[in-house]
Design a protein around this ligand. Structure first.
Ligand code: 5GP
Ligand code: MN
Length: 343
């Protein structure tokens, strides 16, 4: 489903009022790809604004251009104005309108051109030009590919490279998963363009506050359950935990990954109570597909090894539901574990 690159080149040959949209709870890849593309498009003479549904985590606050991002939840009127004025939309790091909820408003029946660049499974037809590569590590890797396809690699600079390198590092856990020979070639191109890899890594990995580190301790000491028979581990957080630890957005980032440090754990779950919903983050190893679980039971999706979803039942009921669905996945989990152990 490769889109017509000449049509995209023609579209970009005229200066546009571009709005770049990315998903709710934007992560390093969402923000990195949006800002990387913003700097690139500005160089081509476009006027560009990034609009995100909700705020981004503090560890991304150093990225060039981040302070001009419009957070829909906080600045609804400004966001609506820029969206109204836009002549071209980019849709980055998501592939269905439910990932941007209210920001989508009337977008689905809008006839202004839209270009999607995304690496999640099962894209919905939400753009005129759909760049979808589910083998890509990150949307940031795809933004680099996009610049190559436009024959504009000469426009790469250190700001673009820092932004794109950030999403690659966060979405691969520091080159630990979803890597490929091509990704390493892209990474080396970004370093040649001036990405400060030491700084990017330091900002990403050494950015915890004392509160976050203590919360991690609480999760591991008091909220962790291991189900060895299902090669599954989970961490849950209650609404009281949110109050007791004054947990804010981003404070629980990465907690789920610790569970995968146990060799026999194939599925890691982080299940936490939000004001109106219970949110789930699932991670897995090898062939174990958690996207399928999120899609089938928690109205979610994502990637084979990293997916999310939500439940509208209380925390206790949701935990019970999660425990109860494990037996039906037992054969698949065991098979994935055995294959993984043979590697
Ligand atoms: P996280 O667990 O870090 O929130 O998300 C992991 C992956 O799953 C990301 O790629 C994210 O885009 C996707 N994801 C998270 N929550 C949802 C959801 O509610 N719906 C869908 N479709 N994807 C989600
Ligand atoms: Mn991504």
């Amino acid at each position: 489903m490769e889109p017509d690159i000449q049509a995209v080149k023609n579209l970009l040959a005229e200066p546009h009022d571009v709005v770049i949209l990315t998903h709710r709870n934007p992560d390093g890849d969402a923000i990195g790809s949006s800002l990387g593309l913003l700097h690139f498009l500005k160089k081509q003479g476009h006027s560009v604004t990034v609009v995100v549904p909700s705020d981004y985590p503090d560890f991304l606050a150093w990225l060039p251009g981040v302070s001009d991002i419009i957070v829909f939840d906080d600045e609804i009127e400004t966001a609506r104005q820029v969206i109204k004025k836009a002549s071209l939309f980019f849709i980055l790091d998501f592939n269905s309108f439910d990932r941007i909820d209210k920001v989508a408003e009337t977008l689905h029946k809008d006839d202004r051109p839209r270009i999607m660049i995304d690496h999640h499974l099962f894209p919905e037809p939400i753009a005129d030009h759909m760049f979808s590569d589910t083998t890509a590590s990150s949307t940031c890797e795809m933004i680099y590919d996009f610049i190559v396809k436009l024959d504009r690699t000469a426009d790469m600079d250190a700001d673009i490279a820092d932004c794109l390198y950030t999403g690659i590092i966060t979405d691969t856990g520091g080159f630990k998963y979803a890597t490929s020979p091509k990704l390493f070639r892209t990474a080396s191109k970004l370093l040649e363009a001036g990405a400060d890899d030491y700084k990017v890594n330091d900002q990403i990995w050494n950015s915890m506050t004392e509160k976050q580190l203590r919360l991690l301790g609480h999760c591991l000491a008091n909220r962790m359950e291991i189900m060895p028979e299902f090669h599954t581990a989970l961490i849950y957080l209650t609404r009281d935990d949110y109050a007791d630890f004054d947990i804010q957005r981003g404070d629980t980032e990465g907690v789920v990954n610790y569970l995968l440090r146990i060799p026999s754990v194939m599925i890691a779950a982080f299940i936490h109570e939000q004001p109106t919903i219970v949110k789930l983050s699932l991670r897995s190893k090898g062939d174990m597909d958690v996207q399928q679980i999120c899609k089938a039971h928690f109205r979610g999706g994502g990637h084979k090894n990293a997916s999310g979803g939500a439940s509208f039942a209380p925390l206790g009921t949701t935990l019970k539901k999660f425990h109860q669905l494990l037996p039906s996945y037992a054969p698949q989990i065991r098979e994935a574990y055995e294959a993984f152990s043979r590697r």
